[in-house]
Design a protein around this ligand. Structure first.
Ligand code: 2AM
Ligand code: CA
Ligand code: CA
Ligand code: CA
Length: 267
């Protein structure tokens, strides 16, 4: 196994176990508000601390960026770990059992290693660039859909960027006439992992952060599918506006979106 994947998996499992244990004891979970509709708990922070500990022990010189601690830097600027210790905090708080740990390693800006771990189902999604994507050791393949007919598309509402609601809902309405149905699960990292697994045919969301998609992006690519921004480009690295699916599904999603999006989202 790739040595950094080994460490990423160890860190994700440790954090996942902590999250699963706390899921059973809701009274021990303290929730704080970071902003409107934006919450964090002591479990997010404790899980993050565990992950950083595991990484620092093996790779003290690597750079680290996380959701809750921000950019921690590191001597080696070329190797950066991108971490979301608990993706789906709102679900976790409501005891809706769908959330994950997301860990990616970027070398000179290119993602090399990815882990998304769902502790409630004990599902471990992993990928190494050029070596495919796996779920608990089994090779993943994305959807084989030929167009939008019959497809299930996952998405996330722009709960923070509500100025985009109208444009977003226009896209939903237009897509709904062509696809079969939607899913809104609340964990962007798992949404991407599920596209990699072919459990959904496509996915789109506005304004994700690097730690939401860094690992999931590599899972999707290594499963033979695509990740783009809303115009088919790479702008999502900055904008966080993401479309994922096989090439045909992405092509059809983008062509529906083109007519509905405000200019602000065409990147
Ligand atoms: P988080 O749980 O790590 O904050 C995309 O929907 C992402 O937005 C999720 O993966 C989730 O990451 C974040 N998010 C934060 N608050 C949310 C909310 N109220 N509803 C849905 N997603 C939320
Ligand atoms: Ca959060
Ligand atoms: Ca997240
Ligand atoms: Ca998080």
């Amino acid at each position: 196994m790739h040595p950094m994947l080994n460490i990423a998996v160890r860190a994700a499992r440790k954090a996942g176990n902590l999250i699963a244990k706390n899921y059973e004891t809701p009274d021990a979970v303290e929730t704080n508000q970071k902003g409107t509709n934006d919450f964090v708990t002591n479990v997010d922070r404790d899980a993050e601390r565990l992950i950083i500990e595991v990484i620092r022990k093996s790779y003290p010189q690597h750079s680290i960026v996380t959701e809750e601690s921000g950019d921690l830097g590191g001597e080696d600027k070329d190797i950066q770990w991108v971490i979301d210790p608990l993706d789906g905090t709102s679900n976790f708080i409501k005891r809706f059992p769908h959330f994950s740990v997301s860990i990616a390693v970027r070398i000179k800006g290119r993602t090399e290693v990815a882990v998304v771990y769902d502790p409630m189902r004990n599902e471990l999604f992993t990928a190494v660039r050029g070596q495919g994507a796996q779920l608990n050791g089994y090779r993943l393949r994305g959807s084989t859909a030929r167009d939008l007919e019959g497809t299930i598309i996952a998405t996330g509402f722009p709960f923070k960027a509500k100025q985009h609601s109208a444009s977003y809902l226009n896209v939903v309405t237009a897509l709904f006439t062509k696809c079969a149905d939607f899913r809104r699960t609340g964990s962007a990292a798992l949404d991407l992992a599920y596209v990699a697994a072919g459990r959904t045919d496509g996915y789109f969301e506005i304004g994700l952060k690097p730690w939401d998609f860094a690992a999931g992006e590599l899972l999707v690519r290594e499963a033979g599918s695509l990740v783009t921004d809303f115009t088919g480009g790479h702008g999502y690295l900055q904008s966080g506006n993401i479309v994922a699916g096989n090439s045909r599904v992405v092509r059809d999603m983008l062509s529906v979106m083109r007519d509905q999006l405000s200019d602000a989202l065409k990147r």
